[in-house]
Design a protein around this ligand. Structure first.
Ligand code: MG
Length: 283
């Protein structure tokens, strides 16, 4: 199919274009034409104005190298690992220019600086616009896995799994895919070395949630899913759980243990925390 692509290039890009096809570059009698390049499947006309016209079946693919690149990135983050009560959630999300344009009125930033009501308000809007994968590990399952894996190993397995799902949705991950670093890259891959599928080429960076919108969005969605499980826990047990790990949490833990017993504690808490020993010893 014959295609015509018209581009407006910078002097530097024109110089690069001429350099790339130096052997094929010819002069033109037309005073407005700076040069002509005749290659297989494409005729390139460079005008003195900086306009460049590519014609022929290969025009589109040759022009693509000179089109402005879309901003695209994927990122992942987890929440709940520092909370005695509640699940661990890991999310991987993808954004590009078009998606960011749709979200431009929302506060896309590290979920830790957003209040719970703001997260509950904005996350559903974000989830409608953004391809993502979120994995929720509720406490019973978490306590089971934790018996044989350390926390960073669990995180690594979950991040890898979230990227596997996201990759399926997108068909491929963008070149820039950022993990909010919780362990060095070498250890991350060691933790997941026996997995049947391993997502490679990830970029690891600490505090990534404040530098990469994709990571910020992943953290907001993860926080939202965490809060939804939290709401259900509170209604199931008709109990108010405090977040984090503190004296307040110890105290709530003692009350919970008193009312529901140790078996139920496994359904709502990360029992490997020191908190468990503390609240059991002072029962
Ligand atoms: Mg993080």
């Amino acid at each position: 199919m014959n295609q015509t692509v018209s581009l407006s290039l910078t002097p530097k890009q024109i110089q690069d274009l001429k350099h790339q096809y130096a052997q094929k570059l010819a002069k033109s009698a037309n005073a407005y034409v700076d040069g002509m390049i005749q290659i297989d499947g494409c005729t390139i006309t460079i005008y003195t104005s900086g306009k460049v016209v590519m014609q022929g079946p290969e025009a589109q693919s040759i022009a693509s190298a000179y089109l402005p690149k879309l901003f695209a990135q994927a990122g992942s983050d987890e929440v709940g690992t520092g909370d005695y009560f509640g699940p661990v959630v890991v999310c991987a999300a993808y954004v590009d220019d078009k998606i960011m344009e749709k979200l431009k009125d929302l506060p896309i930033t590290d979920s830790k600086v957003l209040t719970d009501p703001v997260i509950l308000d904005i996350a559903p809007k974000i989830m409608k616009a953004v391809p993502y994968s979120a994995l929720i590990v509720e406490n019973t399952k978490y306590n089971e896995i934790q018996a044989t894996h350390n926390l960073n190993a669990i995180k690594a397995l979950l991040h890898n799994q979230a990227y596997i799902h996201l990759k399926k949705k997108l068909r491929d991950l963008p070149p820039l895919t950022v993990v909010d670093q919780f362990t060095p890259e070498g250890l991350y891959y060691r933790y997941i070395k026996d997995e049947p599928m391993i997502i490679r080429g990830l970029h690891f960076e600490t505090k990534a949630e404040s530098k990469y919108p994709a990571v910020a969005i992943a953290s907001i969605i993860a926080r939202y899913k965490f809060l939804k499980v939290w709401e259900k826990m509170e209604s199931d047990f008709d109990f108010t759980f405090p977040k984090g790990a503190s004296d307040l949490v110890d105290e709530a833990g003692r009350r919970f243990l008193d009312r529901f017993g140790e078996e139920k504690l496994h359904q709502v808490a990360k029992v490997h925390f020191k908190t468990t020993q503390k609240i059991k010893s002072t029962e």
